[in-house]
Design a protein around this ligand. Structure first.
Ligand SMILES: NC(=O)c1ccc[n+]([C@@H]2O[C@H](COP(=O)([O-])OP(=O)(O)OC[C@H]3O[C@@H](n4cnc5c(N)ncnc54)[C@H](OP(=O)(O)O)[C@@H]3O)[C@@H](O)[C@H]2O)c1
Length: 330
């Protein structure tokens, strides 16, 4: 393919760190068996860090941004895929070591490319994207460690963000009672529409400082880290699980051994980008079927083009995210 196409390309060189829309050719893309015509990408917190240089996400330069991508195979050297197949990829080095999804074309490694599962459209797969995959991976690993709906409610922090909203929706779909902690008290009604059984204002949280406080929840999906995560360790019921997804509120964790040796709680680390292929396949099957969030169209609060990404990144890093932004490309 010789024609030029548009991409949001990120540079870090003598002229400094910068991202902007450029024309490029497929011959300049990082290699892969599949050339994919991109239909949609999405915006995750990591994309905002990469696009602004506020976090060290890219490990080589220049690269196209976008850790998520969905589109159609335009050419394949792997017989497992043929022209026209609908595919998606999240994480797996996109916008870290490989060109990502903020481009009209991307080359993907076939070993990390997921055929679009029946039950999802390309657009829906990108409303879910890394955020929904991360929420689902959290539930998957919590269940592997014994979490079941009858143990009690699961609390979700950073509830109005992408991971948070999708976690509330898919927990509800999977039969759990989801509770929400948010800094945006004006969005309680919205979170209840997604399935939250109870909403708590972040500012009004007070759990006490003893190593063990009254246990409120059977588990947690935490996007915030820092004091929030430390507090959660003190209020999770015996043998409950906390899936640690994010650090929107800090990277420190000050706690004691007491919740672990007296209540048997578990901290489960979630690293979506490096998830094994077999687990990826299982999770996308769940997301297309029994865990498919019921409110994807509500959660997709914005559909953006290349030109709007800069302001969306800034809003996200300021903690003002609300739901998922999908990026319309094809
Ligand atoms: N481990 C992984 O594999 C993985 C994958 C995806 C994302 N993540 C991480 O998960 C987190 C959420 O990602 P996302 O894409 O959902 O981001 P997002 O859409 O920006 O959501 C983050 C949410 O966190 C809350 N928040 C923001 N700043 C905060 C602060 N200073 N203190 C407390 N809460 C704050 C806000 O929710 P409220 O206003 O409702 O409180 C915000 O909407 C990020 O830290 C991201 O890096 C990790």
């Amino acid at each position: 393919m010789n024609q030029t196409f548009r991409a949001l390309r990120i540079h870090n060189d003598d002229q400094g760190y910068r991202a902007g829309v450029e024309e490029m050719q497929a011959s300049a893309l990082t290699p892969g068996e599949l050339l994919v015509k991109v239909a949609y990408s999405s915006v995750n917190y990591k994309d905002a860090l990469a696009g602004t240089g506020k976090g060290k996400i890219l490990r080589r330069f220049p690269l196209n941004g976008g850790i998520d991508v969905a589109g159609y195979v335009a050419a394949s050297t792997d017989p497992a895929f043929k022209e026209g197949d609908s595919v998606l990829c999240t994480g797996c080095g996109l916008s870290e070591t490989r060109d990502g999804g903020y481009a009209e074309y991307v080359r993907l490694e076939s070993k990390w490319t997921i055929p679009l599962p029946a039950g999802l459209s390309l657009r829906e797969s990108m409303i879910i994207g890394t955020a929904g995959f991360t929420a689902a991976l959290s539930l998957y690993r919590m269940q592997q460690n014994g979490q079941t709906p009858d143990l009690g409610p699961i609390v979700v922090t950073g509830a109005t963000g992408g991971v948070g909203m999708l976690a509330i929706d898919l927990l509800t779909r999977a039969g759990y009672s989801a509770h929400a902690i948010t800094g945006k008290t004006g969005q309680f009604d919205f979170l209840i529409e997604l399935g939250a059984q109870q909403c708590i204002a972040r500012k009004e949280l007070y759990w006490g400082q003893r190593p063990l406080e009254n246990a409120h929840w059977a588990g947690a999906i935490d996007n915030v880290g820092g004091d929030m995560l430390a507090g959660l360790t003190r209020v999770i019921r015996p043998y409950g699980n906390i899936a640690i997804c994010g650090n929107a509120g800090g990277i420190e964790l000050a706690t004691t051994v007491m919740p672990f040796i007296l209540r048997g709680i578990s901290l489960i680390g979630i690293a979506s980008a490096g998830t094994a292929r077999s687990i990826r396949d299982d999770i996308w099957q769940h997301l297309a079927d029994d865990w498919k969030p019921r409110n994807l169209n509500k959660i997709a609060t914005k559909e953006a083009g290349f030109d709007e990404l800069e302001s969306i990144f800034a809003q996200m890093l300021a903690g003002d995210s609300f739901g998922r932004t999908i990026v319309r490309i094809g």
